[in-house]
Design a protein around this ligand. Structure first.
Ligand SMILES: Cc1cc2nc3c(=O)[nH]c(=O)nc-3n(C[C@H](O)[C@H](O)[C@H](O)COP(=O)(O)OP(=O)(O)OC[C@H]3O[C@@H](n4cnc5c(N)ncnc54)[C@H](O)[C@@H]3O)c2cc1C
Length: 305
């Protein structure tokens, strides 16, 4: 197996990880960034970003591309579609094995963010999606089920109708919707939109493709609803499975850090949505990535033999 020595190994290529890469590379450190998909993370799922200072309005994917270009221009070794197989994080030994390469790092920055809570019901099909911008256009003129009555569910249901989806049925398991009143009013006013509370999807039906779902109400009654696709927006959970048993996690599974992004292991830092915080935004992720990289640099200089 090939072994690569790096100064800073960044796990996760969302905006937090990419910002950390920019700072660490500009400090003259050898930086590798491992990303399991494509760089950009949640920003790739955001149709338009309108609160990133310097852009009045920019499509999320374009913002992610611009950051990725900057990271590449600084000579960072970026490995996309990376599959991390082993990880060992200790004060004197930080090793990660991915795609038959063993990375030995002086400092590690965990920036693996969050991922959607998955739909858990009987049946399986390829028509269950977690991103309307990415997959919505395949359903023009068709009927989709949206699962989740929070802001994301309503915003994405509106986005699906804007994309040309003919009918949206939105369901929420609780007895009320949690989205902002304005979003609820906007969806209720749209032709083709139907909304139900106290309703869960309990079974998917179809042979080659999804044909219908079973909806189960709180009173136990069932309805068979024909539909072509399902978009799930039931919230997010931290992507921290890798770090279980290695770093201190809080009760919700987020990586515990101090204000300087230091985790429970010296030389391992965490940045972005993966750590406990009240406001999960692009700008707060950029800030975390900055601090984590500067602290990683400081740690490396301090511990240099
Ligand atoms: C629908 C939506 C819209 C939003 N709109 C806005 C907005 O308009 N403005 C705003 O400021 N914020 C917005 N946010 C929040 C903002 O996108 C996030 O706070 C921010 O992008 C978090 O960045 P991050 O780098 O910490 O995490 P993420 O973006 O989650 O990136 C983490 C990365 O780590 C990768 N990863 C995970 N596990 C592994 C692994 N095992 N190995 C390798 N890589 C891994 C993931 O693939 C991902 O690319 C929005 C969020 C959502 C969901």
């Amino acid at each position: 197996m090939e072994t690569r020595q790096v100064d800073v190994l960044i796990l996760g290529g969302g905006v937090a990880g990419m910002t950390a890469a920019v700072y660490a590379a500009r400090a003259g450190l050898r930086v590798t960034l491992l990303e399991e998909n494509a760089c950009g993370g949640l920003v790739n799922w955001t149709r338009v970003v309108e609160n990133m200072p310097s852009y009045i309005s920019i499509p999320g994917m374009e913002l992610a591309d611009r950051m990725a270009e900057q990271v590449a221009a600084l000579g960072v070794d970026v490995e996309e579609a990376a599959c991390i197989e082993e990880i060992s994080l200790a004060a004197g030994d930080k090793t990660v094995v991915a795609d038959d390469v063993r990375y030995e790092a002086r400092a590690v920055i965990a920036a693996t963010g969050r991922r959607p809570v998955l739909l858990d019901c009987a049946g399986d099909c390829c028509q269950v999606h977690y991103c309307a911008i990415c997959d919505g256009s395949a359903y023009k003129g068709r009927h989709v089920l949206v699962v989740g009555g929070g802001n994301s569910g309503f915003d994405e249901a509106l986005a699906l109708l804007d994309t040309g989806v003919a009918r949206v049925t939105l369901i929420e398991a609780q007895d009320r919707f949690f989205a902002a009143a304005a979003a609820q009013r906007a969806l209720a006013a749209r032709e083709g939109a139907v909304m139900y509370t106290s309703t869960r999807v309990t079974q998917l039906h179809g042979t080659d493709a999804l044909e219908s779902v079973t909806l189960t109400r709180a009173d136990g009654s069932e309805q068979q609803l024909p539909c072509d696709g399902i978009f799930v927006f039931m919230g997010q959970e931290p992507s921290t499975q890798l770090f279980r048993g290695q770093l201190e996690l809080d009760a919700q599974g987020y990586i515990v850090t101090d204000g300087l992004m230091a985790t429970s292991v010296p030389g391992v830092f965490a940045a972005g949505d993966v750590r406990p915080k009240r406001y999960r935004q692009i700008t707060t992720a950029l800030s975390d990535g900055t601090v984590a990289a500067l602290e990683a640099e400081r740690y490396i200089r301090r511990t240099a033999g």
